[in-house]
Write a protein that binds this ligand. Structure first.
Ligand SMILES: *Cc1c(COP(=O)(O)O)cnc(C)c1O
Length: 364
């Protein structure tokens, strides 16, 4: 599959910007980037991180760490400011404004549509059905990919946000086959660490049309660091490199991302994921006992979506106790739905007590 043939021709033709750090080594006497020779802030952290200097566009330590973490060669990796930036770059590289389309399966993460709209790309929705556990209608999805001429990106999310369910490997492969020579399948695995299913990261060298998005924001407990990784065929990575900002990763963020993933980080992450899984089961048992809750969906991630008689009222009730939960009520198929993130044990106690009191009040 020729990746360049489905990218925007002007991106393929463009002569990319070459930054100082990309065109010369970063040692010796550095007089090529109009930087200050030393920081004005007299602080050990500033000196340690050389904050007077531009950072490396893709720091070798970080790209090799992410490659190791996700089990792929470094040539498959681009580190970004969160997965949000990965979504934005893919849309800008592959969608011609006013012409090309992305496909999403709502309810899903809202940023796919936002990125497409900003780019002027069309959004084709293949809605999931609440009654069928929010599973994707893959027959319909395949039909759309086959029949619509200018589909460039198909966004799949596993586990899906906000519904919590998975895309099975056989279904993914079916979509990949349908997209051959035509479009990329962007598999957003923001929550993959929370479930027992394998990541598809390692499949990118078998399927050049596959792009996998990973992030440190969820299971790695580092949302404030803004560190995501696009895993894809080197041809896709090379195109994204043409569009990404010259110095996307702040030196402080690079340092924090390395900290978040070094030493015993893997075992800390596993412990956290295990604790979330236990709390999730615990909360599900509790929810089963709340007869005023109309439904909740089995989740493979660190949240649970539930349906209640009056979502606005519940959200306000919880807010009155200082607990913020997310209202999805205004979205198609999610009437009455709220999403609860699995927090700490103490937070879970507070949440259960708020839900209990809300239910008791309904009955009174
Ligand atoms: C949270 C989330 C992201 C965003 O991740 P960042 O790396 O923090 O930008 C991407 N996709 C989904 C489905 C998410 O829920």
């Amino acid at each position: 599959m020729d990746i360049n043939s489905i990218a925007r021709p002007e991106i393929v033709a463009m002569k990319p910007y070459v930054s100082a750090r990309n065109s010369a080594a970063a040692d010796g006497i550095l007089l090529n980037a109009n930087e200050a020779p030393f920081p004005h802030v007299d602080d050990a952290e500033w000196r340690r991180l050389a904050l007077n200097r531009y950072p490396s566009p893709q720091p070798a330590l970080l790209t090799s760490r992410m490659a190791e973490l996700y089990g792929v060669p470094e040539s498959n990796v681009l580190v970004t400011r969160g997965s949000d930036e990965g979504i934005d770059l893919l849309t800008r590289v592959f969608c011609r404004p006013g012409r090309d389309a992305i496909v999403e399966c709502t309810p899903c993460f809202g940023m796919y549509r936002i990125a497409a709209t900003i780019q002027g790309a069309k959004v084709i929705d293949v809605p999931r059905q609440a009654g069928q556990g929010f599973h994707i209608d893959f027959d319909e999805l395949e039909r759309v990919i086959n029949e619509q001429a200018d589909v460039r990106l198909v966004f799949l999310t596993t586990p899906n946000n906000p519904t919590g369910n998975l895309v099975q490997r056989a279904d993914l492969e079916r979509v990949l086959r349908a997209c051959e020579d035509k479009a990329l399948v962007v598999l957003d695995e923001a929550y993959i660490e929370f479930c027992t299913a394998d990541s598809a990261s390692k499949l990118v060298n078998e399927w050049p049309q596959l792009v996998v998005l990973r992030t440190l924001s969820k299971a790695w407990a580092a949302a404030g660091v803004r560190c995501g990784t696009v895993i894809a065929d080197p041809a896709v990575i090379a195109l994204l490199q043409r569009v990404i900002a010259p110095y996307p990763l702040a030196s402080t963020a690079v340092d924090a991302a390395l900290q978040a993933t070094s030493g015993d980080a893997v075992s800390r992450q596993r412990k956290f994921v295990e604790a979330v899984s236990q709390s999730r089961s615990h909360l599900q048992e509790f929810l089963l006992k709340c007869d005023w809750i109309e439904a909740f969906w089995q989740s493979e991630a660190n949240f649970i979506l539930l349906k209640v008689p009056d979502a606005d009222e519940l959200v306000d009730w919880c807010a009155g106790r200082g607990i913020r939960i997310r209202n999805f009520s205004s979205q198609p198929q999610l009437e009455g739905c709220v999403r609860l993130t699995i927090g700490s044990n103490d937070e879970l106690v507070a949440l259960k007590s708020a839900l209990q009191a809300f239910g008791d009040r309904e009955q009174a």
